[in-house]
Design a protein around this ligand. Structure first.
Ligand code: CDP
Ligand code: CDP
Ligand code: CDP
Length: 220
């Protein structure tokens, strides 16, 4: 039978994860899973319920009430909470400011770990040849045995320029600091992953490097 391929892409904010994952998902017919959107959707829901990240009992109670599901929109997995799908509010300034605080909570990460691994079943059920999952801890914790593990990085000034060019107010240096220094699944390049410095590369060049590796296992 045809192999089911798992591609893991990790990196800091604006390192190029989403753009490259989306292109790879099209080229190889893989389900695109943006796990940052999951942390953002859960954060937006916590904020909606006035739950603070420094209130473990409230976080615990809210997590128990979350009814997480998945909708497949084209080639992308979208988180649903009850009967609502995560929307544009997950890119708000407020979510940018709070997401790394919620993402540092081990119990919240544990809930999303199970959910993220279950995306492989979603991909199979929808007939995809595999999935490309992007985040901070995909190659280290979620799918350490992925067929391909890439780690993207870029100079901080270049990444801030990219995010500002998108018209976004986002203190990425602060998020990267929190994400890299937390105890639970910190952002780090896992041993054995392919590290790519994208500072001076175009998006097409980044994608071509990854696609060349993937094509050895899966023809486009
Ligand atoms: O798009 P950008 O790279 O700026 O961020 P994102 O991928 O949307 O992720 C938002 C936040 O979610 C990150 O800053 C992390 O705090 C958290 N996150 C995480 O902890 N683990 C993941 N696998 C993905 C995101
Ligand atoms: O998902 P992540 O936050 O890692 O980054 P992204 O949303 O894919 O990329 C952030 C912005 O940088 C996008 O507007 C990309 O087009 C741009 N970019 C770039 O100009 N050159 C690269 N090598 C990678 C991304
Ligand atoms: O860096 P660290 O999270 O340890 O400390 P902090 O930035 O001083 O934040 C302390 C606590 O305030 C965090 O754990 C969050 O619960 C909360 N906080 C938040 O929810 N949103 C922010 N934008 C800043 C802090």
């Amino acid at each position: 039978s045809t192999p089911f391929l798992i591609v893991a892409i990790d990196g800091g904010a604006a390192s190029g994860k989403s753009s490259s994952s989306r292109t790879l998902s099209e080229r190889f017919n893989l389900l695109h899973v943006d796990t940052g959107s999951y942390y953002r959707a859960v954060t937006a829901e916590m904020l909606r319920q006035n739950v603070r990240a420094d209130d473990p009992a409230a976080v615990h109670a809210a997590l128990a009430r979350l009814a997480l599901g998945t909708r497949v929109d084209g080639r992308s997995a979208v988180m649903t909470l009850g009967d609502r799908a995560a929307g544009d509010e997950i890119r708000s300034r407020e979510v940018n400011d709070h997401v790394s605080h919620f993402a540092a909570i081990p119990e919240l990460r544990a809930a999303l770990l199970t959910y993220q691994r279950s995306q492989a079943d979603v991909a199979r059920a929808h007939g995809f040849r595999g999935l490309v999952m992007e985040g901070r801890d995909i190659g280290s914790v979620i799918f350490p045995d992925a067929d391909f593990r890439f780690f993207l990085h870029a100079d901080q000034v270049e990444r801030a320029r990219r995010r500002a060019q998108e018209g976004q107010q986002d203190s990425i240096a602060e998020r990267d600091r929190l994400d890299s220094s937390r105890k639970a699944s910190p952002l780090t390049c896992p041993a054995g992953a392919t590290s790519i410095d994208t500072t001076h590369l175009t998006l097409a060049e980044v994608v071509d490097r990854m696609a060349a590796a993937i094509a050895t296992k899966l023809p486009a």
